[in-house]
Write a protein that binds this ligand. Structure first.
Ligand code: ADP
Ligand code: MG
Length: 261
């Protein structure tokens, strides 16, 4: 059964989409069977996967509205994983869902029959705790929180962790914080190092050991419709995301061993 991982942080511009896309590509390279689900109406994960958001037929919008099964909207990304794409239509889906019963469980319902076909289902969330993010958190087994080590970042993170804990009881008791990943990290920045130290003191093992450096190749790749592995595999960003994927796979293996021991 595939593991559903939501990439969430209510803040914009922290590296959610970059992490979702490149983690999907890195897990696919390991190789694992991966589905990337775009739940952001901006469609950035879709574009970065080499799929033009203006040209998609069915998307996560139709899926959430139960107009088609997820399987019928899934496309192959040239980056080695499958993609459930999104574009601005998703905003309309969100509005139409507002008055529906069970509106937070639509994604979970849609992904359920797909879990056996994938090892990982990675969900890219929009930068807010909207109904779309709630759908992702209700469906997920784990959340990965990308964060930038800046002033106030820890405060925002604590608020997010509290929110996730509060949502858990109501939406999805099995939800876990899978890990926190430091993004756009600059080792020469003293503040970033200080915040990073605080982060590991507070959250211990929840902080991934892989650190994603600030790397211009990561910022360039989406404009070529490529993941970092397609664009520049040997870049520092490429190596970092492969490291993160390795860490996730090892953690899971360890968990399975512990459960069967
Ligand atoms: P979010 O999805 O949280 O809004 P993005 O992943 O879109 O954030 O990242 C915001 C911007 O920062 C994008 O332009 C992206 O290309 C750039 N970016 C993300 N991660 C890195 C990184 N590690 N190094 C350099 N640029 C990055
Ligand atoms: Mg994004």
């Amino acid at each position: 059964m595939g593991r559903i991982i939501a990439i969430a942080n209510q803040k914009g511009g922290v590296g959610k989409t970059t992490t979702a896309v490149n983690l999907a590509a890195a897990l696919a390279a390991v190789p694992r069977r991966v589905l990337l689900v775009d739940m952001d109406p901006q469609g950035n994960a879709t574009m970065a996967s080499g799929v033009d958001k203006r040209e998609i037929g069915r998307s996560s919008c139709e899926v959430l509205l139960r107009e088609c099964p997820a399987e019928a909207a899934i496309m192959k990304s040239p980056e080695g994983y499958d993609l459930l794409p999104a574009n601005i239509d998703l905003t309309a889906a969100e509005i139409r869902l507002m008055d529906e019963a069970g509106r937070e469980q639509r994604l979970k319902e849609a992904l359920a029959p797909l879990r056996e076909h994938y090892d990982y289902l990675i969900v890219d969330c929009p930068p807010s705790l909207s109904l779309l993010t709630l759908n992702a958190l209700a469906a997920a087994d784990g959340v990965i929180v990308p964060m930038q080590c800046e002033y106030f970042a820890l405060e925002g993170l604590s608020a997010l962790v509290d929110t996730i804990e509060a949502l858990k009881a109501r939406l999805n008791p099995a939800l876990e914080i899978e890990g926190i990943v430091r993004t756009m990290f600059d080792v020469r920045n003293n503040l970033a190092n200080a915040v990073s130290g605080e982060l590991t003191r507070h959250f211990g093992d929840k902080v991934f050991r892989s650190i994603i450096p600030r790397n211009v190749r990561l910022a360039e790749a989406p404009s070529h419709g490529q993941s970092i592995l397609g664009y520049d595999r040997a870049s520092r960003g490429g190596i970092a995301y492969l490291g993160l994927a390795g860490e996730i796979v090892r953690r899971e293996k360890k968990k399975v061993l512990e459960e069967t021991a």
